[in-house]
Ligand binder design. Structure first.
Ligand code: IPE
Ligand code: IPE
Ligand code: MG
Length: 258
């Protein structure tokens, strides 16, 4: 079939990435995208490299996808970087993962500042090594007045612990008379979660072919659209991200209605 605007271009011909980006921007862009960045280990294994080489490669993808999300006008990009269950991994791998924020922000922070990106974090800070926390806090401080994309790292994050902590805090506030038991609704409860102030994700992407949530944002993903891909995180590129957003834009969200 011929394309009416450009008779030389068949509709089956793939459009260029910049055409696809313009097309996406002319429709509703998901305001909050969350990504479970998975498959770094398998990417490395396929190349007979140590698992950490996959994590290092994955860090470069974070940079690419952050820039594109910002360009598309996404408001929040939440990246699952380390789960409360990931401490089970060999110490050497955990140590490497805990050094990545410093390395990433060490090279990328000036660019984030310049691109008006604001860095935030969800997760349990207590257990993080001091050097990891310092790097994140420095980035949060130097980008706090930025008004563009919010780049939210889920670091030592686990949804069940988050919910339990919220329940405990709600009980404390009821006991202290700060909160009326009868006034606890979804909105009130959400405000006790680590994601307080963020809207729920519109789109969740998980790479590497695993079809599960792995304890990620169980409350917040209640009505999120899911996009699963077999692509391993270090291979995930702008085209894949654009494809996920295109698929999202083709979905019809009903929230239980008709
Ligand atoms: C995701 O990649 C990164 C983290 C969980 C920190 P994995 O390390 O889980 O890679 P696979 O799943 O073993 O391939
Ligand atoms: C989820 O990936 C956590 C992150 C991507 C940070 P995992 O690789 O830890 O998940 P499982 O163990 O396969 O469920
Ligand atoms: Mg994994």
């Amino acid at each position: 079939m011929l394309n009416k605007l450009n008779p030389w271009k068949s509709q089956n011909q793939p459009s260029s990435l910049s055409d696809r980006i313009s097309q996406i921007k002319s429709q509703e862009v998901p305001a909050h995208i969350a990504i479970i960045m998975d498959g770094n280990g398998r990417w490395a294994k396929k190349r007979s490299l140590p698992r950490v080489a996959g994590h290092h490669e994955g860090m470069k993808v974070v940079r690419k996808i952050t820039r594109l999300a910002n360009k598309l006008g996404v408001k929040t990009l939440t990246l699952y970087a380390f789960s409360t269950e990931n401490w089970k991994r060999p110490k050497m791998e955990v140590d490497f993962l805990m050094k990545l924020p410093e390395e990433f922000l060490g090279t990328f922070l000036p660019e984030l500042v310049e691109e008006n990106v604001r860095v935030t974090m969800i997760g349990h800070k207590e257990k993080l090594p001091a050097h990891t926390l310092k790097a994140i806090e420095k980035a949060m401080e130097s980008t706090k007045d930025n008004t563009g994309l919010v780049l939210n790292f889920a670091l030592n994050y686990g949804s069940r612990v988050e919910i339990i902590e919220a329940v405990k805090q709600v009980l404390n506030d009821v006991d202290d008379g700060k909160l009326d038991r009868e006034r606890i609704d979804e909105e009130t409860f959400s405000s006790y979660l680590m994601t307080s102030g963020f809207q729920d994700p519109d789109l969740l992407i998980r790479t590497s072919g695993e079809i599960r949530l792995s304890n990620f944002m169980l409350w917040q993903l209640a009505y999120t659209e899911f996009f699963f891909t077999d692509v391993l995180w270090p291979d995930f590129n702008e085209e894949h991200f654009v494809e996920a957003v295109e698929v999202f834009q083709g979905r019809q969200r009903r929230y239980g209605g008709v």
